[in-house]
Write a protein that binds this ligand. Sequence first.
Ligand code: PMP
Length: 290
Amino acid sequence: MSKIWLDGKFVESSKAKVSVFDHGLLYGDGCFEGIRIYNGRILKLRSHLVRMFESAAAIRLQPGYSIDAIEEAVRETVKINQQKDGYIRLVFTRGKGTLGLNPFLCPTATVFIIVESIKLYPDEMYEDGMSIIVAKRPRVPAKCLDPQVKSLNYLNNILAKIEAIDAGVLEAIMLNLDGEVSECTGDNIFIVKDGAISTPPVSSGILNGITRRLVIEDIAPALEHSVNERTILLDEVLEADEVFLTGTACEVIGVSHIGEKVIGIGKVGPITHDFENQFRTMVAENAPED
Ligand code: PMP
């Protein structure tokens, strides 16, 4: 049984409980991060913590701990659970309050850290490529809810994920209200055409994923490629030679089909393969914690 860090104490997972009056539950009022542990190192821990505190500040949630205190708590939770490879879920909720929306009637945030194993997709998907669809539901525009805020309110993404599951696949491309490609329900998207790699810009209404940035800033240069951040239309994705997704949970994964359309050769393409391998080598050898 794993141990959960909950409001400053370690609790057995079966005893880790949050109140039914917590606004994280009542209204999805809170924020979270998913973080990976590779060979004892916590990939991009500082970047995740910075994003977490930026999400919290954007929704005017004060967790009641400094970023350094949360970093220490995360490291202690990894240590106590003896997890050399795994996944960390860090959550801040608004805390217990009344049955009204007012967040400022919740005096103390609830803070917890879960450390577990993770396997998002089966190995075959990394070898053969993944089938996805295009969701009918558009991504909530940034003007309504900034996608940089990794909030506990994921219903927009969950409803698109349900479309994917109904279609027999596990992921869906989401378009923004202007019909441009934004991202997938829990991953960022990249395309390769004639050797050139592109990904939608933050202005297309995406979460600026930490894995996305790692691919643009570290993995692509290490492979002597560059990534163009530009507006992408759906037809370009469907006509691409290769399509791949990035995220903390999925890492780097190739796409073989989008709906009925076969992408490129219908398998993981060579550039995607190189990116997957470079990512794996980097995290296995010495995952950067900055
Ligand atoms: N987009 C969305 C909507 C996400 O929820 C996530 C993370 N699960 C990503 C992209 C990928 O971001 P990261 O690489 O930081 O995990």
